[in-house]
Design a protein around this ligand. Structure first.
Ligand code: CA
Length: 728
């Protein structure tokens, strides 16, 4: 109705002024295409409320600065693009607003592209108030981008991007090879919601450029955005061009860092990083020339190494464009590092990265710890960094001496929520007092809900199940918590787990599950499984198997006080195109298993995909088991924090064989194997392939068992592992 009235009005106006604009309400794709055929400055196309399924929108026209061409929704939040949908803009002075993409995925490599094709781009155009919510490719390994900025002077603002679970940058500034002109895009006031760990490269939230054109300036501004748990990979924002500004953003509990990966003369200023001690939360990583990092506030960041609160890297002499250019003329000034786990200077120094930072300055910064010891690490020569007027809380034997005053620092929280020294003599040290962290509710849109935080586990009533055959049907009916009575529970598997499910028995000596079929449990999309206090035996191929279909949501598995015996196959079989955030096994027993307790080797390529992020096994017993774990991550890609593997306080007997390893880890980045007893078993075999592996094998006893073997696949030099206090 509103549309028709406006149409009539504008038709009347056409008679008197040729430049008159139209506001056209369209109700289906054919009407849209008709309306979009010839658009004039000031025209506005309005999509009617409702679901628009399988709609590939091409929005093309030449607006003017005063009279842009607009594509919008009848009512914000009521126009939903679903199925195989996307949007391409082409032309100038176009504005798209108030659309929602969800319940589907793009049929192409982009959901929103500021171009029609390689020759027809959009410039001076704007996407504002658009929502993209879990609009994921069905296979997490298939790569796409949610927003690709081409052209010049475009703006993406007040939009909401949450839940990207498949590979590919959430928002990328594309600078095609040979097109090195400045882009001057502006990316502001967006809400970048949770992005789960991807388990490979390509999980960046923002990337500007690629290495090929990185020595030219993009001049893109990223400001006042809110990044919430953007965990995808080690780079939250990957800057691969020069002359960009990253300013005034809030990074909340996000794993990874803002990385000045390629390109020179970037400014990172007045950002607020809040880690709350969450693992792998990082700050700013500095590489290349003329970078300025000033006035940032970083609190509670738990990351180390490349994900330190600050990492100033070593470069490669005469570096190839895609490696690491030397840090030169960096200005790192007046930042506050509050309770940081780590600051690393000359990070990544090795035989290849031997070019230390030069002509650089670290001044007026505050490092205020909470009695955790010195967070500073110096991995190479830092003579090329001038330190001046910095203040660090007192620690014993500080690693930084010149240019850093070590003194007690008392902090108090100011009205802006940030901690500052109470001593007025330190008013000019660390981040400025007038920082105003951008708040969550100032970003994105008001009419679409932001995701709830991790819901605290509501205990809810447990379903009681007596022995017999009732278990599978009971779980199929729903519910989160099940208590199994004493006796034998018989299952023809698999039981599908498509939500968080917890199953507690009356103790492994009293409650037993016997299953047949391909598996006892199969994890499906959204599934998480916790088992405790029960025994499992069966004839199937796996106790727990992941879905035959790709999974977007990450799963986890916990076995606590569980006994598993007589399995022809694996206990946990982690299939491809799925990632376990965590696999935890404690106080459990495994005997007479032909396969592996954890088989996580189904991604076999060299792109760096893998099956499990964190694996922790403690205080467990392995007897006549094929293999404790078999974990594989191929290639040399350095984009992920995992896999991490821990085995402690366990006994391993008659597991593996003389030549067959009892434990096989390949491409695991962090390994700790400590205080275990191996007897009459095969060796531990660890193969390093990626980055700087952190491997410790200590305090173990190997009786009638070969000593661990650590080998390097690519690294030239002795194996990089700490092996100590192991004895026969
Ligand atoms: Ca990356």
């Amino acid at each position: 109705m509103r549309g028709r009235v406006l149409l009539t009005l504008s038709t009347m106006l056409v008679a008197v002024t040729p430049a008159a604009a139209e506001r056209i309400l369209v109700r289906d794709q054919a009407a849209y295409r008709q309306a979009a055929r010839t658009l004039a400055p000031g025209d506005e196309i309005v999509l009617a409320d409702g679901e628009w399924r399988d709609f590939q929108i091409l929005f093309e026209g030449q607006g003017t600065a005063a009279r842009p061409i607009v594509l919008t929704a009848e009512t914000p939040g009521n126009v939903i693009l679903t199925g195989q949908s996307n949007l391409r803009l082409s032309g100038e002075h176009l504005v798209v607003s108030d659309l929602v993409f969800r319940d589907g995925h793009s049929p192409t490599e982009e959901v929103i592209a500021f171009r029609r094709d390689s020759r027809r781009t959009a410039s001076r155009s704007r996407v504002t108030g658009v929502v993209i919510d879990r609009f994921n490719q069905p296979d997490r390994r298939r790569e796409d981008r949610w927003v690709s900025l081409y052209g010049q002077d475009n703006r993406v603002d007040h939009s909401h991007f949450a839940g990207k679970g498949n590979a590919g940058v959430t928002l990328a500034v594309i600078r095609p090879e040979g097109q090195s002109q400045a882009n001057r895009h502006r990316i502001d006031h967006n809400y970048f919601g949770p992005r789960p760990v991807l388990g490979s490269n390509g999980g960046e939230t923002i990337r500007i450029g690629t290495s090929e054109e990185s020595l030219s300036n993009s001049e893109t501004i990223v400001e006042n955005n809110y990044f919430e748990r953007c965990d995808g990979e080690v780079e939250i924002v990957s800057v691969k061009a020069g002359g960009n500004i990253v300013r005034g953003n809030t990074f909340f509990e996000s794993q990874g860092a803002v990385v000045l990966r390629h390109g020179n003369g970037n400014l990172v200023e007045r950002n607020v990083f809040l880690g709350n001690g969450r693992p792998n939360t990082g700050g700013i990583r500095v590489i290349n020339r003329d970078q300025i990092v000033r006035g940032n506030y970083l609190e509670g960041l738990a990351g180390t190494g490349f994900a330190s609160a600050l990492a100033v890297m070593n470069g490669v002499p005469n570096s190839a464009i895609n490696r690491y250019h030397q840090v030169a003329n960096a200005r790192i000034e007046r930042n506050s590092f509050v309770a940081p786990q780590r600051l690393t200077f000359a990070a990544g120094a090795d035989a290849e990265r031997s070019a230390a930072p030069v002509d650089s300055r670290f001044a007026g910064n505050l490092i205020a710890g909470e009695g955790r010891g010195d967070p500073v690490r110096i991995d190479g020569d830092i003579a090329g960094i001038a330190f001046a007027d910095n203040v660090q809380s007192e620690v014993s034997q500080p690693r930084l001496e010149r240019g850093v005053a070590h003194r007690p620092v008392t902090l108090a929280r100011a009205a802006n929520g940030l901690l500052y020294p109470t001593d007025t003599a330190l008013a000019e040290t660390g981040a400025p007092r007038d920082l105003r962290p951008v708040r969550r509710e100032e970003t994105g849109v008001s009419w679409y809900p932001k995701p709830a935080g991790d819901a605290a586990e509501t205990p809810g009533a447990s379903v009681e199940i007596r022995s017999g055959t009732a278990l599978a049907a009971a779980i199929a009916q729903g519910g989160a918590s099940f208590r199994l009575g004493a006796g034998e529970h018989r299952v023809s598997g698999p039981i599908l787990i498509d939500r968080p499910v917890r199953i507690d028995g009356a103790g492994e000596a009293r409650t037993r599950i016997r299953f047949d079929g391909d598996s006892l449990f199969r994890i499906e999309e959204g599934g998480r499984l916790s088992l405790s206090g029960l025994a499992i035996a069966g004839t199937g191929g796996a106790v727990i198997r992941t879905s035959a279909r790709p999974m977007i949501a990450n799963y986890d598995v916990t076995l606590s006080s569980v006994a598993v015996t007589d399995i022809t196959g694996d206990v946990i079989a982690a299939g491809p195109a799925a990632l376990a955030d965590r696999i935890v096994i404690r106080n459990s027993r495994f005997a007479d298993i032909t396969g592996a307790v954890l088989a996580a080797h189904s991604e076999t390529g060299t792109e760096g995909h893998y099956n499990a992020e964190e694996i922790e096994i403690a205080a467990s017993d392995f007897l006549r088991v094929g293999r404790i774990a078999d974990i594989f991550r191929g290639g040399r890609d350095e984009s992920t924090f995992g896999p991490r593997f821990v085995l402690t306080g366990s006994t391993v007997r008659a597991t593996g064989a003389a030549r067959a390893p009892s434990l096989l880890l390949s491409g695991v980045q962090r390994t700790r194997i400590a205080d275990n007893r191996f007897a009459a078993s095969g060796p531990i075999i660890v193969t390093h392939s990626v980055g700087a592996p952190d491997t410790e094998i200590a305090g173990n006893r190997f009786t009638d068992t070969p000593l661990p073997q650590v080998t390097e696949l690519y690294w030239q030099g002795p194996a990089r592992a700490v092996l100590r206090d192991n004895r026969p």
